[in-house]
Design a protein around this ligand. Structure first.
Ligand code: PHE
Ligand code: NA
Length: 502
């Protein structure tokens, strides 16, 4: 007989792992500049509205699908409705693409923690970043695969660590890794924020960050940014929360746990905003520029602005180790959760053991990512696949998911009943309205916006064929792939019974 399905040995470990997944690069490098760009202190209002009206309700949706369905994303959706299986595979494939480049960012961050000590970038962090990744100008992007060993070996290390954790399983691997990495991350990050707040000029940065621009609230784009960020930050509709909650014991307080996860994630985000803007305030003061001139987001913020701060700040090496170390730990716990979505799906569908599923799934992903990213084209592949699959594909996937579940009339009431059976905070009709009404409107608006901008301007100035293949092509291929994977027969048909009755 097959081994019984693993469960988290305690709710605490589930919560730790779910927070570990939610708290990622998005909290550290994305939230601060999204908030700053969209009204500063005033952004808190759309942010809270998005969190309460769409983020948390959708988080509960993921939890109830996974916990009720007691399976990986494809199995859990299928157990809700036969026709919903492709939704699960779509999420699996999105995770597959994300895993390929997520590991690269973690590897860079690990190298940058070391570079902070050796002060490898001298006084030109921008030029150093280009030379470290051996980048080419954006309009000359092609497929050149010159090997960059300074990226390859740290990636190899990241993959070995991730695979060892995954092979060990839910309790010995995932729970344990999160129980170590998450506290470590929190401690490092708190020290970082304290150090940053005491830098000269920090208050200017915090003023810039928190000063409310109330006018911004009249701009629908600001509201869309808030919803978009919340979806990404809580990792809803990636299959992650479905998978993790499927490992919870039957009688678990789902909504209470979800609240803890959601508020921990937001708390970390706001802390990151304080730390990052305190540091940017220092940089602005040191370079005689305004905070808005030095503030950037994403890769530029982490790998160019921050290294510059590290070079100039008192005890900069410590600041750098804390910052890049935080990126490594935040990233690793998210990478693990992304991989688990894929591993669990193949385990369920093809009846593989934990160990075989992990190795058959993660080794090829590791190889693909180690072939693609330590190359001169890696950065651009990352940029395009992130923009299309992560930001655009995920919106489409989330939208289709809420529409399918709402249209399948029985799904939402069933999930609601399931949640209320064991949860402390009960969900009423309001929850169904938020999931079936508010969420699709917000997602639909953002998706149309995304499609318009991505089709009218050439993304990042890359050649059209490049965005066509690695952007649109990749996003479309995932949908086709999801439908094909759904056609593969289940190795054990008895799995498809409704878990409510087994
Ligand atoms: N939620 C993570 C963050 O805020 C990002 C993430 C997305 C992680 C998808 C895993 C999967 O950084
Ligand atoms: Na997050």
């Amino acid at each position: 007989a097959p081994a019984p399905r693993e469960t988290f040995s305690s709710r605490k470990l589930f919560i730790l792992s779910a927070i570990g997944s939610a708290v990622g690069l998005g909290n550290i490098w994305r939230f601060p500049y999204v908030a700053y760009d969209n009204g500063g202190g005033a952004f808190l209002i759309p942010y809270l509205v998005a969190l309460l009206c769409a983020g948390i309700p959708l988080l509960f949706l993921d939890y109830s699908v996974g916990h009720r369905g007691r399976g990986s994303a494809p199995l859990a959706y299928r157990r809700l409705n036969r026709a919903a299986e492709p939704l699960g595979w779509w999420q699996v494939l999105i995770c597959f693409v994300i895993a390929i480049y997520y590991a690269a960012i973690i590897a860079w961050a690990a190298m940058y923690a070391w570079f902070s000590v050796t002060k490898a970038w001298g006084d030109d962090a921008g030029a150093f970043f280009d030379s470290y990744l051996k980048t080419a100008p954006a309009d000359q992007v092609g497929l050149s695969f010159d090997f960059v060993s300074g990226v390859f070996f740290p990636m190899l290390a990241v993959w070995i660590i991730a695979i060892v954790i995954m092979v060990a399983g839910v309790n010995k691997g995932i729970s344990r890794a999160n129980a170590i990495f998450l506290p470590l991350l929190v401690v490092m990050f708190v020290i970082l924020v304290i150090q940053a707040v005491f830098l000269p000029g920090a208050m200017e940065g915090l003023n810039a960050f928190f000063t409310p621009n109330w006018e911004a609230l009249k701009n629908p784009g600001v509201w869309a940014a808030a919803f978009g960020h919340i979806f990404f930050s809580l990792s809803v509709a990636f299959g992650i929360m479905v998978t993790y909650s499927s490992y919870l014991k039957r009688k678990t307080d789902l909504t209470g746990s979800g609240m803890v996860v959601a508020f921990a994630n937001s708390g970390f985000e706001i802390l990151a905003g304080i730390g990052v803007f305190a540091a940017l305030g220092f940089m602005a003061a040191a370079s005689g520029q305004s905070v808005s001139e030095v503030a950037g987001g994403g890769i530029g913020l982490a790998f160019i602005a921050f290294p510059t701060i590290v070079s100039e700040a008192p005890l900069g090496a410590i600041l750098g180790v804390l910052f890049f170390g935080s990126l490594v730990f935040a990233g690793l716990t998210s990478l693990i959760s992304i991989l688990e979505v894929i591993v669990a799906a193949f385990q369920d569908k093809l009846g593989w053991s934990r160990k075989s599923a992990t190795l058959i799934v993660t080794v090829p992903i590791a190889l693909i990512s180690m072939v693609l990213f330590p190359t001169t084209t890696g950065l651009y592949l990352l940029d395009t696949s992130d923009a299309f699959v992560n930001q655009f594909g995920i919106l489409a996937c989330a939208l289709v998911t809420v529409i399918v579940l709402t249209a399948g009339l029985t799904a939402l009431p069933q999930l609601q009943k399931h949640m209320n059976r064991t949860s402390s905070i009960k969900m009423g009709t309001g929850w169904r309205i938020l999931v079936g009404g508010i969420a699709p409107v917000a997602l639909g608006y953002m998706l149309i916006n995304e499609i318009q901008t991505k089709s009218t301007e050439q993304y990042s100035g890359y050649p059209a064929w490049f965005n066509g293949v690695f952007g649109w092509g990749m996003a479309g291929a995932l949908v086709v792939g999801a439908l094909l994977l759904s056609l593969i027969p289940w190795s054990d048909k008895s799995k498809l019974n409704d878990p409510e009755y087994d």
